[in-house]
Write a protein that binds this ligand. Structure first.
Ligand code: NAD
Length: 337
């Protein structure tokens, strides 16, 4: 049983902790939190041992029992998943190194600072075979692109990818983000950093991306154009993508207009927090013209990286290969159901 510590218990951290707790081969060693807010209270109520980063006194005032500090959590963990805000993770690395404990970081960290990047579909086996002890799970957008581009490259060869990422302004809980009434080229310079980020897990892929940020919180929407190496018809592409366990092909009969409907669908299905761990590809949007493929997909930024974190743990310190780990993770969470 792998003991996993979760440092940072916000949007990603709380989902990762619950996903680990659901795995038959993993156990949450505890979670570390800096601020004793409602999420810290929820962690305690969920039964996780809460460790205070910094001053523990405010936790006592909030009636949250403290199991120790970050060092104590790392000491009882075989591996740590760092889910702290972007930039903080890299600073925590020395704590993990001092304990000789492998660690995962999130997409907000600088790829070069961490060294190795991970997506289960793109490079699980490479990470499992290698000797990296510190690995970054790529961002929500990069995860979404890697999941579709890997099978397309395997089946047909990809000459060039162009994608426009229509990004949510902030997560539902982020009242300080925006815009609230605008549509921003973001970044205004082209191409955006997302393409190079895909190259951290798929180094040979030729990809250019553009970003737009809109007043929405639910999901990102990708408009994707892939030039394949040969002519392919749309039906073949539908079959290829439908074979992927982390791609949900949104059927025409479901009449899903956008992320609002997708989130309702997830909640109606009883998904925890209304999470959509899979890429949501509109079946009807898949169109081909010669070697050019077009489609739309929606990406739930709060949850698509969650199963990837679980797999990254096995790649780093477990003994499962990619196929085995993905099946185990999917089964325990209900991915694809
Ligand atoms: P968040 O702000 O929701 O959560 C961060 C948590 O870390 C909070 O609980 C905060 O109190 C805690 N924290 C702050 N400083 C800390 C410290 N020094 N030590 C321990 N805990 C500390 O952030 P998030 O959205 O969960 O993002 C975490 C990481 O995941 C970032 O790298 C981000 O880029 C990445 N990510 C976020 C999303 C998303 O859409 N939210 C998607 C994919 C990846």
């Amino acid at each position: 049983m792998l003991r996993v510590g979760v440092n940072g218990y916000g949007t990603i951290g709380k989902r990762v902790a619950d996903a680990l707790a659901a795995q038959p081969d993993m156990k949450v060693a505890g979670v570390a939190k800096r601020t004793p807010n409602f999420e810290a209270t929820a962690a305690h109520r969920a039964g996780y041992a809460v460790h205070a980063v910094g001053d523990a006194a405010p936790f006592a005032e909030a009636d949250i029992p403290v199991a120790g500090d970050l060092d104590d959590l790392v000491a009882v963990s075989d591996v740590v998943v760092d889910c702290t805000p972007a930039g903080v993770g890299a600073r925590n690395r020395e704590v993990y190194e001092a304990h000789d404990t492998p660690a995962l970081y999130q997409g907000g960290e600088d790829a070069e600072a961490v060294g190795a990047s991970f997506n289960a579909r793109a490079n699980y086996d490479e990470i499992a075979r290698g000797d990296a002890e510190h690995v970054r799970v790529v961002s929500c957008n990069t995860t979404g692109l890697s999941r579709v581009l890997t099978p397309l490259a395997e089946a047909y060869g990809v000459e060039k990818t162009r994608a426009t990422l229509v990004r949510r302004g902030g997560d539902p809980g982020q009242s300080d983000r925006g815009p609230i009434n605008d549509i921003l080229p973001d970044p205004v310079t082209v191409p955006s950093h997302h393409g190079p980020d895909v190259n951290t897990v798929l180094p040979d892929l030729d990809i250019d991306t553009m970003g737009v940020t809109v007043p929405a919180t639910l999901m990102h929407l990708h408009s994707v154009n892939v030039t394949l190496e040969s002519d392919v018809d749309a039906e073949a592409i539908r079959e290829t993508l439908a074979d992927e366990s982390r791609i949900f092909m949104v059927p025409e009969h479901a009449r899903v207009a956008g992320p609002g409907h997708l989130k309702e669908l997830a909640k109606d299905a009883g998904r925890p927090r209304g999470d959509l761990w899979e890429n949501c590809v509109w079946e009807e949007s898949i169109a081909t013209e010669g070697r050019d493929l077009y489609f739309f997909q929606a990406i739930h930024q709060e949850s698509d990286v969650v199963p990837e974190n679980v797999d990254a743990i096995r790649a780093l310190v477990g003994d499962a290969d990619a196929a085995e780990s993905v099946v185990r993770t999917n089964r325990a969470l209900g991915v694809g159901r």
